[in-house]
Write a protein that binds this ligand. Structure first.
Ligand SMILES: [Zn+2]
Ligand SMILES: [Zn+2]
Length: 292
């Protein structure tokens, strides 16, 4: 059977925190790396309280408001051009988005996801109390003044709400709080999910929402992927069946990083990697050949 290798979390130059590498650059690099599928997931951050910080995208090197949906015309046009160009290359190119969730912006998110024919909508919790927990610069303002119990209560409440909106196909880096939380909470950061993540996974299972293995943690000095093997086992136990793998590449050299190992982790757990077309998951792994 053909080797299947996907990267379902890639930030081309539309993201304000990404390198200038274009959709085309990533596609050709993906072919070099023998990926079978690449999914672009540009950041969409819509929290009005963070308007001056990150409610932007880049289009041809110019900063545009994320609320002005014209950027999505360019984005889809560029992706569909590559789909045509690479039709016979063995690489499938998908249009995705990574949306930062916080309470109160459900309607804005709904407008984005319903206005364009996305293949994949990835939901992420990047902020708590409107502070970015994924930013080296901002995260001390959050973690510096909160106990583990507070982090746990805040994070899992927002995560549960995100899942319950029904707007997301898959949840990105579900234990992202480990990235900078480790410096403040110590080893406890690896256990605060216990008892809090199970009801979230039950809800995800009920709604058919998938879970991502995100390999970017390695670049930040963490030993395990997002999420840890312990959390992945809890997800499998809860009956979640849809999993994806993504490098969260913000530059060309990060594309495909750790993907082989992430796929091996899924194999070990006896669950399948998935691909998405128009928001429908299809299993894509050694035990099931449907996606080939
Ligand atoms: Zn993210
Ligand atoms: Zn990302």
């Amino acid at each position: 059977m053909k080797h299947v290798k996907t990267d379902y979390h890639v930030h081309p130059n539309y993201s304000i925190d990404a390198s200038p590498a274009t959709i085309k650059d990533y596609c050709y690099k993906a072919i070099d790396l023998e990926l079978t599928e690449i999914c672009f997931c540009t950041h969409v951050e819509l929290d009005p309280k963070r308007k001056d910080k990150e409610n932007f995208v880049m289009v041809k090197g110019e900063k545009r408001s994320v609320y002005d949906f014209n950027w999505l015309d360019n984005y889809f046009e560029e992706i569909s051009r590559m789909q045509d160009e690479l039709k016979t290359s063995g690489l499938k190119v998908k249009a995705g988005v990574e949306i930062g969730f916080c309470q109160g912006i459900e309607h804005e998110i709904e407008k984005v996801v319903n206005s364009y024919p996305f293949d994949y909508v990835l939901g992420a919790i990047h902020c708590l109390d409107h502070i970015s927990i994924s930013s080296k610069k901002e995260s001390p303002h959050y973690f510096g003044s909160r106990e583990a119990a507070q982090v746990r209560a805040d994070y899992f409440a927002v995560l549960m709400e995100a899942v319950k909106t029904g707007l997301f196909d898959c949840i990105a880096h579900v234990d992202l709080y480990r990235r900078y939380g480790i410096g403040y909470l110590g080893p406890e950061v690896d256990t605060i999910h216990r008892g809090a993540i199970e009801p979230v996974f039950d809800e995800m299972k009920r709604r058919g929402v998938g879970l991502e293995i995100n390999t970017s943690s390695r670049r930040r000095g963490l030993k395990e992927f997002h999420p840890t093997k312990e959390i992945l086992s809890i997800a499998v136990e809860a009956g979640i069946q849809v999993f994806t793998v993504g490098s969260d590449a913000h530059s060309l050299d990060e594309l495909g990083e750790g993907i082989d190992e992430a796929l091996a982790v899924l194999d070990e757990l006896n669950v399948c990697n998935h691909v998405f077309t128009r928001r429908q998951p299809v299993p894509c792994c050694k035990s099931k050949g449907e996606c080939l």
